[in-house]
Design a protein around this ligand. Sequence first.
Ligand SMILES: Nc1ncnc2c1ncn2[C@@H]1O[C@H](COP(=O)(O)OP(=O)(O)OP(=O)(O)O)[C@@H](O)[C@H]1O
Ligand SMILES: [Mg+2]
Length: 320
Amino acid sequence: MSDRILEVKNLKKYFPVKTNLFGKGTEFVRAVDGIDFHIDHGEILGLVGESGSGKSTTGRTVIRLLDPTKGEIIFEGRNITNLKKKELRKVYERMQLVFQDPFASLNPRKKVGSAIEEVLFIHGMKDRAQRRERVRELFDMVGLRGEEEKYPHEFSGGQRQRVVIARALAVDPRLIICDEPVSALDVSIQAQIINLLTSLKDRLGLSYLFISHDLRVVRYMSDRVAVMYLGKIVEIAPADEIFKNPAHPYSKALLSVASIKGSGKGRKKIILKGEVPSPVNPPSGCRFRTRCEYATVYCGEAEPQLKCIGTGHYVGCHLY
Ligand SMILES: Nc1ncnc2c1ncn2[C@@H]1O[C@H](COP(=O)(O)OP(=O)(O)OP(=O)(O)O)[C@@H](O)[C@H]1O
Ligand SMILES: [Mg+2]
């Protein structure tokens, strides 16, 4: 068996923003514009970057809620890039998504236990007693023992996210895409959900794509971290390495403003100048060059490719 649970090759997702008379796109938001990464079995890959850099679009495209514009998604050795809706059901037994707003993802008129039973039914568990037993087990697992007869509004935000996690686990997935799973929660509750996700990962042998703009959480959770800027991965490395020795000028700036224990003590805060350029017309060559203090003429001419600069450490910058 390959070490990799997920492999993403040259993935692109463009959204049409202008169409011609015939409904064909003439201008596109290049939300994700040619990214490569993989996740090993049992690994947590953190995905960070400013708002609008394409993190959620990456997650949603990988799980095929969005159709990719280009590229390949290989999940558990199978190319799922072009699978039809019906064929995706089997994939969803192995890959699930947990996102930011637990209230929006639960049906307010359904008891949470029944909602999860429904998921189990759809995925082939026809025996009612078996479904009930599984729901009991799931609620136990996420620290909500005996709460399955309640409605979503009867829970606190943190508890609701536990319900969402239980629902994601119902079908026994191997990979979970977590898109800002704690951002909507009170800080005091965040740590509890993070600990739950970590212990479930160890107990069930899960892998996560962990999307977050909270670098402290990413540092705590991730084995490796990928940094995105304007639809591109600009750096990817083991978490310890990237937090101690970020190489890309963008990563340096991003990480310098988050005061994280053990990462480059006494490092100067780098405040980026200028706005993030539009993903409809990104700068030529290196996309970061318009905000980069090291940019040269060459940076506008050629697009940097990811280069290996250490064990598992890749950076896409002409300085290297
Ligand atoms: N359905 C859509 N149609 C058009 N543009 C979209 C769509 N979804 C996302 N975008 C654009 O794609 C780009 C990437 O958005 P995305 O939501 O992936 O960013 P993000 O990194 O998750 O940001 P955030 O940190 O705010 O969640 C943004 O410019 C966004 O406006
Ligand atoms: Mg997002």
